[in-house]
Design a protein around this ligand. Structure first.
Ligand SMILES: Cc1cc2nc3c(=O)[nH]c(=O)nc-3n(C[C@H](O)[C@H](O)[C@H](O)COP(=O)(O)OP(=O)(O)OC[C@H]3O[C@@H](n4cnc5c(N)ncnc54)[C@H](O)[C@@H]3O)c2cc1C
Length: 389
């Protein structure tokens, strides 16, 4: 693994940095410097304006082929872009469930017609995708899900019934990807199908609800006999084969736990801001200083480990179950970074501010993308080869 960037990669970094600086300033000016949370209706619209700016500049999906709106950047260049993105203080991507979770699965399992239709529209922010996995009785044990899709050959489509919950930004999205039981006699992982569902079908009700931090960023999706026609989108609404949805979904969860959802740039930028905060507000407390140093080193170690993961992947050794270790790492690192910041702020941490808001969200990291208890089970059984309990 060579840790020096080539001249071309340095040029790519400089181009990204200059573009971000100029366009972020213009975006902030357009909104009078008042930047809202992307997990509220008004904030979502504001952030969509940023997403479209990214697309127009050619930076929305840097690693995708040009035909789908990308610039065919290498995985290394993608990491460089992410570092610059977070270093510039650019906003979280409201399109991430589509771009970082669904899209890799569409590249792997989608037909040419599906890829042509879905990817560019997703990158441009025309279609906004939310993830419909969890149900009231199916979270960690996702295979127990009970939402159904019944084939209706006469009308040419599927009839959907059931309920999805915890869909991030579902109330602001246009489409949902999710798993449905298509074989009523099947159990667990069998007889499931991965469906792509426009949320404006008759029989679908989307009800937003609030999170701990007050933003209305979640939604429940109720499906009451909604008819999903085969021509709902070019190439049809089934991703992969009917009945084989579980293995298609596993491709999505490995993207979610692994690299694409949480690139290291997010944490190294937060670690740098933490060091700045300590310099400004930390006084001379050696215990706090040690925690800042530890958190900063863990962020840097995560970055180095990611470079190793990308090298291994490029050499034909995909992460597989080791993506569970990546998930444990980033989620616990995020909590440690923010808890240290709150301790530096002391009583001021009680006031609303970016560190407090960030901490509230960091607390959910060990839960979403599969809870950390489950990731530890996976690591024990599939990475270390320990016996199942
Ligand atoms: C911020 C956030 C965003 C989310 N976004 C989405 C989204 O967009 N789409 C979506 O579909 N879902 C989403 N979720 C839901 C998330 O995926 C689930 O919360 C998660 O899978 C856990 O399921 P659960 O909440 O039903 O908890 P449960 O499965 O009921 O688990 C409760 C507790 O028991 C533990 N536990 C359960 N089984 C075991 C076991 N076998 N061994 C050890 N411990 C176990 C769990 O680790 C957990 O601590 C989101 C959640 C959060 C917090």
């Amino acid at each position: 693994m060579d840790l020096t960037w080539s001249d071309d990669e340095e040029a790519f970094r400089a181009e990204a940095r200059a573009w971000l600086q100029e366009n972020l300033a213009a975006w902030r000016d357009r909104h009078d410097g008042r930047i809202l949370s992307g997990d509220t209706a008004e904030g979502f619209a504001q952030h969509l304006d940023w997403e479209r700016t990214l697309f127009d500049g050619g930076w929305a999906v840097v690693s995708w082929p040009e035909a789908h709106g990308g610039r065919a950047a290498s995985r290394w260049e993608w990491l460089i872009f992410e570092e610059e993105y977070y270093r510039a203080g650019a906003p979280p991507r409201i399109t991430q469930n589509g771009i970082f979770l669904l899209a890799p699965t569409v590249f792997e399992y989608g037909t040419a017609a599906q890829q042509d239709h879905i990817l560019r529209r997703m990158a441009r922010g025309d279609d906004l995708w939310c993830q419909g996995w969890s149900e009231p009785d199916a979270g960690s044990d996702l295979a127990s899900l009970s939402s159904r899709a019944r084939r209706d050959d006469e009308r040419g489509g599927w009839v959907l019934d059931g309920q999805k919950t915890w869909t991030t930004r579902g109330a602001f999205c246009t489409h949902l990807f999710g798993l449905f039981r298509t074989d009523p006699d099947s159990e667990r992982h069998r007889g499931l199908t991965y469906l792509l569902v426009p949320l404006d079908l008759d029989g679908i009700t989307v009800r937003g609800f609030g999170r701990l931090d007050g933003d209305e960023g979640f939604a429940e999706v109720f499906l009451d006999g909604a008819f999903l026609p085969d021509d709902a989108l070019p190439g049809g609404p089934v991703l992969g084969e009917v009945g084989a949805g579980w293995s298609v979904a596993m491709a999505t969860t490995s993207s979610e736990r692994g690299l694409t959802l949480r690139s290291p740039g997010r944490f190294t930028a937060t670690a740098d801001r933490l060091a700045d905060l300590y310099r400004e507000r930390g006084g001379r407390d050696p215990a706090l200083r040690d925690r800042v140093v530890q958190a900063w080193m863990h962020a840097e170690a995560y970055r180095l480990q990611t470079l190793q993961t990308v090298t291994a992947d490029a050499d034909g050794h995909p992460a597989g179950a080791r993506s569970s270790l990546v998930k444990l790492w980033w989620s616990e690192l995020d909590v440690a970074l923010h808890e240290t910041a709150l301790d530096i702020l002391g009583p001021d941490a009680e006031l609303d501010g970016p560190w407090t808001k960030g901490w509230q969200f960091a607390l959910s990291g060990p839960i979403y993308a599969g809870t950390n208890e489950i990731q530890r089970n996976i690591a024990a059984e599939r990475v270390l080869g320990l016996p199942r309990k």
